[in-house]
Design a protein around this ligand. Sequence first.
Ligand code: SF4
Length: 362
Amino acid sequence: MQRGPAQIAAKTGLPAGFERALRDWYRRNHRPMPWRSTRDPYRIWLSEVMLQQTQVITATPYYHRFLERFPTLPELARARPEAVLAAWAGLGYYRRARHLHEAARVVVREHSGVVPRDPEQFAQLPGVGRYTVGAVMSIAFGLSIPVLDGNVARVLSRIGALHISVREPAGARTLWALATEWMPKRDPSEWNQALMELGAMVCTPRAPRCGECPVRAQCAAFALGSPEDFPPVAVRAATRRVRRAIVVIEKGGALLMTRLSGELLDGLWEPPGIELAARQPVQLALARELERLGVHARIEPSRQTVRHRITNRDIEVELWRGTLELPVARRAVLRFVDPQAPRVAITALAKRVAASVAPRLR
Ligand code: SF4
């Protein structure tokens, strides 16, 4: 029987034998990861932030490089924002880096540079949500506080055959309540990591490996014979088609780029460009944008386009070639950037544009 939030009001109770089976499996099977061999809250915090929208295999080299650059929290706090973004460049979701940097500064200013082990104080820091509180407090300090990410939510909904989604407020409330109720006092770090690891390695979204699962005897979805029915599939936001035009101005292998502002890509660099409205005369709009930036250049279409996807946007980008008519005046938001060795963080689209014009740059 599938159960929604209303039917789960009563306590569900941790199934007998679940904790032991899960912990035994985790001790034998967990993947070694660099942040699993430390209790340093800064390193654990960094890893949790990086892993929020990024897979382990992608995040690992970034984790090492970031720590080489900023080995301690005070060193991160002292860094310039551009240096932090440059160390994050390529990982995406740059708001994570900005928040971590701001939070490091608050920790230095208000907590003498020591990550607070009080969950309420830690939760006040920029970018720290309920998941991060649970992860850092349990793994670094051994506090009995649950986590609920996509992996844990899936495991819980399948174990209880709960037809609820963590993406909906009522579902999230129910799953947090369950995660809290099941949270053991003993070794919360191992418990939280084991739940996450089970979701990542065995109880996967599609084709869960129930035959190898240590807790299949306690799993209601397995007993029903339909694990993939849990949790309900979220309706994806429709992909929006977007048209952009970008001007490529080259100098000695570098491309002219401008510093972006706005919610999503604030502080990243990209060649000057505009989003196109329907039937908008492209050349005129690009010329106006260059004028706004103080760039005097002749532009012509290159007949080259690149496709780029970012979250739910499918972007088609027309590339225009620009030839400078006057030298570019030095400005804080404008500079030539070598895309092979950028000293500032450039967008994924900037990298794609650079790759598509690379033969001309050689
Ligand atoms: Fe997930 Fe299958 Fe294990 Fe249930 S038995 S927790 S559905 S892997």
